[in-house]
Design a protein around this ligand. Structure first.
Ligand code: FDA
Length: 308
């Protein structure tokens, strides 16, 4: 892994750095570029704007690694409140939610996390939308896929995320390429050991392309989450090769990253979904975005220095 990336990811776990960055008011443009805001109303306002521009949305209530039952319960209630707000504004045809199982208690008690995710999935189904389970570090992959299988028995539209940097993922794509399955394929954002993940970005890209082929050849609904121009070209070309009709595949990108490309792809008739994070716990998310693209770090630090 790029040493700067490792450094930033290490800084993400450093309490002093965390409190320095976290005390910068969220209203600062630089954070707002990647995070919708702290409240439901912020999330809804950004969703309305994106949907108005012809994009779909998945909303992530920020927070992870809950080690406390009450905190997990607060996260569940936050999702229920958000789903009500999306329903009230008529946005559920274009907006779903993404859930991190660690935020609803996975590290505390797997069964609790499964029950909490089911509560959110039931609420999503009631208002006519879906849940996608985010994927976290590799120690959680088996547990997350197990919970996904249970959820899909009752809520078959529940989606999963698979990470191309993991050596196991091509096999997981085969397992999840069946009819009705919704799979979001991304490169992967955590610092992982070489024993489980490809260390070289080129190997990750090759793995991504192999997974694209498996998912497009299957009967499921693939959601390709990447900003990488080369991969987007490959996906576009392979989707035509596999005779995928518009609407049977999605492109997905993060809020604030390559917004012009999001609009360009949508204008060409593709379904494009933007992953919009919101909530008070935005720090860890922001650090992962900075680690992906160290150029953003200079931009971020300059903005903090000039605005404080
Ligand atoms: P890559 O990082 O190689 O970037 C390719 C190009 O995209 C760059 O050259 C640049 O032009 C642009 N770009 C990428 N990141 C940028 C940034 N931060 N700022 C500005 N430009 C940038 N991961 C995970 O482990 N579990 C998950 O559940 C998810 N979920 C998820 C959902 C969605 C919708 C997306 C888009 C991504 C995720 N991810 C994720 C994150 C994912 O694993 C990955 O870390 C990022 O998408 C960056 O990888 P790219 O494929 O964009 O390629």
């Amino acid at each position: 892994m790029n040493p700067l990336r490792s450094l930033i990811l290490a800084a993400a776990g450093n309490d002093t750095i965390a409190s320095l960055v976290a005390t910068a008011p969220l209203s600062r443009d630089v954070v707002r570029r990647f995070v919708a805001g702290e409240r439901d109303s912020d999330a809804v306002a950004v969703t309305e704007r994106l949907v108005g521009a012809g994009l779909d949305v998945t909303l992530d209530h920020l927070g992870e690694d809950t080690t406390d039952v009450a905190q997990a319960d607060t996260t569940v209630r936050a999702y229920l409140s958000l789903l009500d707000a999306l329903d009230a504004t008529g946005l559920t045809a274009h907006a779903e939610v993404s859930v991190k199982l660690s935020a609803v208690g996975q590290k505390l008690d797997e069964r609790l996390a499964g029950d909490n995710a089911a509560t959110i999935a039931a609420a999503a189904e009631r208002v006519g939308t879906t849940v996608t389970l985010d994927m976290e570090d590799h120690t959680t992959t088996d547990s997350t896929l197990g919970i996904l299988a249970d959820l899909r028995a009752e809520y078959p539209k529940t989606g999963a995320v698979l990470q191309a940097y993991l050596r196991r993922t091509e096999g997981d794509c085969r397992d999840l390429a069946g009819a009705g399955s919704r799979v979001r394929l991304c490169k992967g954002a955590y610092a992982e050991p070489e024993t489980v993940a490809f260390p070289d970005p080129h190997q990750v890209d090759l793995s991504y392309v192999r997974c694209v082929n498996v998912l497009l050849a299957g009967q499921g609904y693939p959601m390709f989450a990447t900003h990488d121009p080369r991969l987007i070209r490959v996906i576009d070309e392979r989707a035509r090769w596999y005779d995928r009709k518009p609407g049977s595949v999605e492109f997905q990108m993060l809020y604030g990253i390559r917004p012009d490309e999001q609009r360009r792809l949508a204008a060409e008739g593709n379904k494009v979904r933007v992953y919009v994070p919101y909530g008070v716990q935005w720090y860890g998310y922001l650090m992962r975005r900075l680690a992906e693209r160290p150029a953003n770090l200079g931009f971020f630090l300059r903005a903090l220095a000039t605005k404080s």
